[in-house]
Design a protein around this ligand. Structure first.
Ligand code: GDP
Length: 321
């Protein structure tokens, strides 16, 4: 494994976006690092406001930042709320990255997404594929913002010598996901639908599109482990893919969740909903060469996400209902 070049012990580490799925996982992982963790609640800090961000950073004085704050959503939210996805993400990135430079933050790790790559790019997607073709239209706004974030980190590195790095995680799932049928991503949506079908004894569950697109899914705890690894072990321009390198069809995902949920029935396809990219899987050879790989088995990750949903969302709703 590559050597530690930025130890976290004793450092003040700001997790921007700690209430999200990725941020929450980073907090849990950082608890093992002997560092001081800083967070800001949304009510105290609006990251779309430059002055608020700069004042907060000047007072909190973090040594390092995990920039996991973002406006995120699934294929429907991405297509119907383009202005929000573009504006909020550009604003958060520019404010936090610029503020980090102004306040002398020593290291920053920016989180993007696998949707930065061109729609027709060869699969598995390599880091070099960035900006070699047109983007997938269903998530173009989000992708443009995330590409700008990578370029911001590179520009501040080149012009000001800042140690700002970028990681592009693949599709994520796990505890703390957004359980929102219209706004969320496929794993959360399928978990919700299958749990509801099981509870109601429904024989069919509807999934969007044809079920044939292929996606790669990274468990949140693996994501956080990979990010902490990069913060400690890596420096350099550009970005690194963070994934498993393994993909499944949406149908296979649905079958795997059905097994975890203990539901057996039939899937119905709503073809009025888009498939999006037909295949999205990362080439993870750069991370592997650094000495890191994802460890969680897909079935184990899905079980943990499902159990979290039942305990934290479904049972609470039932309790209030
Ligand atoms: P994407 O990776 O940006 O396309 O994001 P999503 O996670 O939203 O969707 C992944 C794939 O799952 C797409 O092909 C969707 O059409 C498909 N899918 C199937 N059922 C659902 C669902 O209930 N919700 C979502 N969000 N996607 C679904």
């Amino acid at each position: 494994m590559s050597e530690v070049i930025f130890p976290l012990a004793g450092k003040r580490v700001f997790v921007a976006g700690h209430s999200g799925m990725a941020g929450g996982a980073i907090l849990r992982r950082l608890a093992r690092e002997n560092c001081e963790i800083l967070t800001a609640d949304r009510s105290d800090l609006d990251m779309c406001r430059q002055r608020e961000v700069e004042e907060w950073l000047a007072t909190a004085k973090p040594d390092a930042i995990f920039l996991a704050a973002a406006k995120v959503g699934g294929i429907h939210a991405n297509t119907t709320r383009r202005a929000e996805f573009l504006y909020d993400n550009l604003a958060i990135e520019t404010n936090v990255i610029h503020g980090a430079w102004r306040t002398g933050v020593k290291k920053l790790l920016f989180l993007g997404s696998s949707c930065i790559y061109p729609r027709e790019t060869p699969q598995p997607m390599k880091e070099e594929a960035l900006l070699t073709g047109l983007l997938e239209p269903t998530n173009e706004a989000y992708a443009i913002a995330k590409i700008a974030g990578i370029k911001l980190c590179d520009a501040y590195r080149r012009q000001y010598g800042c140690d700002f790095i970028s990681a592009m995680p693949t599709n994520l799932y796990g505890p703390g996901d957004r359980y929102d049928l219209l706004g969320g991503h496929v794993v959360a949506a399928v978990i919700m639908k299958l749990h509801a079908a099981k509870s109601a004894g429904d024989p069919t569950v509807t999934i969007w599109g044809t079920g044939t697109p292929r996606r790669e899914f990274l468990f949140t705890e693996d994501l956080a482990d990979g990010l902490v690894f990069l913060m400690k072990h890596y420096t350099g321009p550009g970005h690194l893919n963070l994934g498993t390198g393994v993909d499944v069809t949406i149908h296979e995902l649905a079958e795997a969740v059905a097994k975890v949920a203990g539901w057996s029935g039939e899937f119905v396809h709503d073809r009025s909903k888009p498939d999006g990219m037909m295949r999205k899987v990362m080439d993870v050879s750069r991370m592997t060469a650094l000495g890191w790989r994802a460890k969680t088995r897909f079935e184990d990750g899905l079980r943990s996400a499902y159990e979290w949903y039942v305990a934290h969302v479904a049972e609470r709703q039932a309790g209030h209902g």
